[in-house]
Ligand binder design. Structure first.
Ligand SMILES: N[C@@H](CCC(=O)N[C@@H](CS)C(=O)NCC(=O)O)C(=O)O
Length: 208
């Protein structure tokens, strides 16, 4: 049994989607970020930066923090979405998501959506970067069916929940035809639909 320490955010959804995809038994333990659960000492003992997601694999009593590391662990455990022959490519697109796409789109959420009017500089800077991320992903997906080649991988699973925030990005996903094609195709997967609704409240993946 895998225990997923979860909050309903793009980083949390990456792992609930992966767990649905690989069909391993799992349970979700909610971490209420607004209440500050992430700072309690029990949680900090498995998450040194006080962040979700974290998993505990009770089969071998191991805990893993950082979404990219968790995706790699689950991919290796299940033998899915991380082909040995494509690992160099998959690692690049996965690390680009956790180190660049996620954090920078996250800044765009903060300045543009959550605190508009606080910092014109911040709003302009991260809007521009977010548009560039859309453009660069679109260019990649013009040449490649999925981010790391012809097969759906953990790099796609990591990136989908961030692009699913497109309604608050105000960039116009439909104008990026290759990124839209990729988004629509992945959004139709049964496991993605189930995993996206991590809290089982009937949340739908936003349409384009
Ligand atoms: N690099 C981390 C980022 C995780 C992260 O930023 N988690 C956020 C929610 S999406 C969090 O736990 N925030 C709580 C806080 O900062 O207090 C990963 O990819 O797992």
């Amino acid at each position: 049994m895998i225990e997923l320490f979860y909050a309903d955010t793009p980083n949390g959804k990456k792992i609930s989607i992966m767990l649905e995809e690989i069909e391993l038994p799992y349970k979700i333990t909610l971490v209420d970020l607004k209440k500050g659960d992430q700072f309690n000492s029990t949680f900090r003992s498995i998450s040194p930066f006080s962040k979700i997601p974290v998993i505990t694999d009770h089969e071998n009593n191991i805990s893993i923090f950082e979404s990219g590391a968790i995706l790699i662990y689950l991919a290796e455990k299940s033998g899915k979405f991380y082909d040995k022959s494509s690992r160099i490519l998959i690692n690049q697109w996965l690390v680009a998501q956790v180190a660049y796409v996620g954090p920078l789109l996250g800044q765009h959420h903060q300045f543009h959506h959550y605190t508009p009017g606080k910092s014109k500089w911040g709003e302009e800077r991260y809007f521009k970067i977010a548009k560039t991320i859309y453009k660069d992903l679109d260019e990649r997906l013009e040449k490649s069916k999925f981010l790391a080649g012809n097969k759906y991988t953990i790099a796609d699973i990591a990136t989908l929940p961030w692009i699913a925030r497109h309604p608050i990005h105000d960039i116009g996903l439909k104008n990026f035809i290759h990124l839209s094609r990729w988004y629509e195709e992945i959004s139709k997967r049964e496991a993605v639909i189930k995993g996206f609704d991590g809290l089982k409240k009937g949340e739908k993946i936003p349409k384009i």
